[in-house]
Ligand binder design. Structure first.
Ligand code: 5GP
Ligand code: ZN
Length: 106
């Protein structure tokens, strides 16, 4: 938990969000500023700043993110989808807690 991190505060329910799915390791919320008809954020519950900061101890966590995308793909309108993750400010990362954008619903 990082008190300065907006996604940690969402995970701790200090900040409200629309939760789509959840498991032990991962929370999925609606993006507040959607870039597609369906735009979800797949977020690990552990604070890790970006993909470069993952370690071998995070192997299960990392696979949980992808398996959550697979679960979301079974939801109505989500069978065809895009995933993207911005890593670093130059790549457009604004929130420094790993998240995968799940875009679907065209
Ligand atoms: P990034 O540019 O870091 O990859 O993406 C951050 C994403 O988080 C953006 O798409 C932005 O709309 C979303 N976002 C930022 N703050 C909030 C928030 O408080 N709630 C939700 N649901 N999404 C947020
Ligand atoms: Zn965080």
């Amino acid at each position: 938990m990082n008190k300065d991190c907006i996604f940690c505060r969402i995970i701790d329910q200090e900040i409200p969000s629309q939760v789509i799915a959840e498991d032990n390791n991962v929370l999925v919320i609606k993006d507040i500023n959607p870039q597609a008809p369906i735009h979800y954020l797949i977020i690990p519950k552990k604070h890790v700043v970006d993909i470069g900061a993952l370690t071998v101890q995070d192997t299960h966590l990392a696979s949980s993110l992808l398996l959550m995308a697979q679960k979301l793909s079974t939801f109505p309108g989500c069978d065809q989808f895009k995933l993207h993750s911005n890593n670093g400010p130059a790549a457009g990362q604004v929130v420094f807690h790993i998240h995968i954008h799940f875009l679907a619903g065209w």
